[in-house]
Design a protein around this ligand. Structure first.
Ligand code: FAD
Length: 307
């Protein structure tokens, strides 16, 4: 079923779950076992992230260097296919502009259509190691809005895919200001995106302000909040660095006070997420998206308490 129809028809908010493809070497049944705990909550769909191929240069005996494709993870299409075969559930593979030409993306869309996958999360993707700014592939797309246009135009503009896009309550780190970022978000919606899933945030006020700004800018599609429970003390510095987000003083103080007690930190992160989730549900959000990182323990507790 298309996510846009699920969003239209659903009478109560539902959990939306995102997993990261596992490292190569895992078996199909291990993957299926890893998502099994989520099935207790009858999720409507599972998002599967997409990771850009990287290349490494290896020295040859003759003094030259050869370029080798390095792919450490199982592909998102393989993971989606395995989940669909094991469970009666929709999947949402992420498709990124990075590292792909328009033709390669069209071929991926063909594969997804062949598998009966009618949902896509369309993203630009991040820079690769060593790049300061995102560099599109020659003959590829520079912005997610161009990818959304291409998905909508696929096979002569059929209506096959329902498309989600990313939004940044604390602004995308490259955007000069939140207003410009929201103008750019609107381009994705105008190009055909059906809904927005936000970057993680730890202060709900930031999300409510963001939705208000989106509405004022004429963006009317559902905005699904993205949550990630903190699990380690290190994330207090890592997450702001990696995702350009703030972590409220109250949360960082609690975590600091827990010191080396890892269990306490994990509990604080989970409890904070439960409070956030309950408040979002009370404010009438259509769904709550969880960045699970493939780890079920804390997410299962949050879902049991909130849904
Ligand atoms: P865009 O919407 O293209 O925006 C990128 C920047 O360009 C922004 O600053 C925007 O303001 C600006 N911009 C957009 N259009 C224009 C324009 N026409 N002119 C000038 N500036 C413009 N990354 C992955 O690699 N794999 C994943 O699976 C993945 N999943 C994600 C899931 C979610 C829910 C979110 C929120 C992010 C995810 N990301 C993923 C990260 C994402 O790829 C990065 O944040 C990336 O840097 C931006 O992607 P985007 O699709 O938001 O880009």
């Amino acid at each position: 079923m298309k996510i846009r129809d699920i969003l239209k028809e659903s009478r109560k908010p539902f959990p939306s779950l995102e997993i990261v493809p596992p490292m190569k070497g895992i078996t199909n049944s291990q993957l299926i076992e890893s998502v099994k705990p989520f099935m207790e909550f009858s999720p409507r769909y599972i998002n599967v992230t997409c990771h850009r191929d990287e290349y490494e240069f290896r020295a040859e005996k003759n003094g030259t260097f050869s370029r080798h494709l390095v792919r450490n993870k199982v592909s998102e299409v393989a993971v989606c296919s395995a989940i669909m075969s094991a469970y009666d559930i929709d999947v949402v593979p992420h498709v990124i502009c990075g590292g792909a030409t328009a033709d390669q993306i069209d071929n991926k869309l063909s594969d997804l259509k062949f598998l009966g996958i009618e949902n896509i999360m369309a993203l630009r993707g991040d820079c690769i190691v060593g790049e300061k700014r995102f560099v599109p592939e020659e003959g590829g797309y520079r912005y997610a809005s161009e990818l959304v246009e291409a998905i909508c135009a696929f096979e002569n503009g059929g209506d096959f895919f329902s498309i989600g896009v990313g939004g940044y309550p604390e602004k995308h780190f490259e955007a000069p200001n939140i207003e410009t970022d929201i103008e750019n978000l609107k381009k994705k919606v105008d190009a055909g995106a059906d809904y927005i899933i936000t970057q993680m945030f730890f202060d709900n006020k930031v999300f409510y302000d963001y939705v208000g700004r989106c509405r004022a800018a004429g963006i009317e599609v559902p905005v699904i909040p993205g949550l990630k429970p903190l699990t380690t003390a290190r994330q207090v510095s890592l997450l702001p660095e990696s995702f350009s987000i703030d972590i409220p003083l109250e949360l960082t103080s609690e975590i600091r006070a827990a010191g080396d007690d890892r269990e306490a930190v994990y509990r604080i992160g989970t409890d904070w997420c439960i409070t956030q989730c309950k408040d979002l549900l009370a404010h009438g959000v259509p769904a709550v998206h969880f960045y699970t990182m493939g780890k079920a323990g804390n997410i299962v507790r949050i879902l049991r308490e909130c849904f």
